[in-house]
Design a protein around this ligand. Structure first.
Ligand SMILES: Cc1cc2nc3c(=O)[nH]c(=O)nc-3n(C[C@H](O)[C@H](O)[C@H](O)COP(=O)(O)O)c2cc1C
Length: 208
């Protein structure tokens, strides 16, 4: 089988309008960090796709945040300073019904406008953290409370390793299963109804 090959040349954008040359075609899904300024208590939100499961014992989640200035998309995030100050954060897992608000949350930035209040602008609810200072986003069905254990600079981004100290969900988790490559988590809500979150662990092929 003949493959197409793209060499990666490590070049970076030289101006606000220039893009990275080699594309980042890797499967990913969006989650949201919520973190509060420990001095003022003001919370912020940042959507990200650079996150993942790192370790089971201790239970570690990694999130990676841009710390260098390249172009209009890659600049030092306001969230970065907040994470360094608070040393904790919540990783909130959304579902696709929050798609439009996730997009809007990325169009606002604490780095560009220190007064921005994304919770208010998006009409989302900040629930107080149970074991950390940072809040949860109530509208997301799963919220992982993390304490920062290590920060590693990788170049453009810093990797924050967060140890999970608590998980909040819309109901008691009653079932976890994998069916034909799709993971399912079922939770029982206070009113007795069941909610299942489903995601695919494999990409789909679509031939034309
Ligand atoms: C779907 C999506 C994924 C993103 N993933 C990341 C990411 O993994 N890391 C990152 O630093 N920024 C990421 N961003 C960009 C930030 O969310 C965006 O710059 C945000 O406005 C920063 O807000 P802040 O300055 O208030 O922290 C992503 C944006 C979108 C829409």
């Amino acid at each position: 089988m003949k493959k197409h090959y793209n060499p990666h040349d490590r070049s970076v954008p030289q101006s606000f309008d220039e893009e990275f040359k080699t594309p980042g075609y890797l499967p990913k899904s969006a989650a949201l960090i919520s973190v509060a300024d420990p001095e003022t208590g003001i919370p912020n939100i940042m959507p990200l796709t650079a996150w993942g499961w790192l370790n089971r014992d201790p239970f570690l989640i990694g999130v990676s945040i841009c710390v260098k200035e390249y172009n209009r998309n890659y600049y030092v995030r306001g969230t970065y300073e907040l994470m360094r100050k608070s040393m904790d954060f919540t990783l909130n897992i959304p579902t696709e019904k929050l798609r439009d608000k996730i997009t809007r949350s990325a169009e606002m930035s604490r780095a560009k406008d220190p007064k921005v209040d994304k919770f208010n602008a998006l009409e989302w609810t900040a629930l107080p953290g149970k074991r950390i200072k940072s809040p949860h986003i109530a509208e997301c069905p799963l919220n992982f409370e993390c304490e920062v254990r290590a920060i590693i600079n990788m170049g453009s981004h810093d990797l924050f390793m967060g140890e999970v100290v608590g998980v909040c969900s819309d109901g008691e988790i009653v079932k976890e299963e994998t069916i034909h490559g799709n993971d399912h988590i079922t939770m029982k809500r206070e009113d007795g109804s069941l909610l299942t979150l489903e995601w695919s662990t494999l990409m789909k092929e679509k031939k034309h």
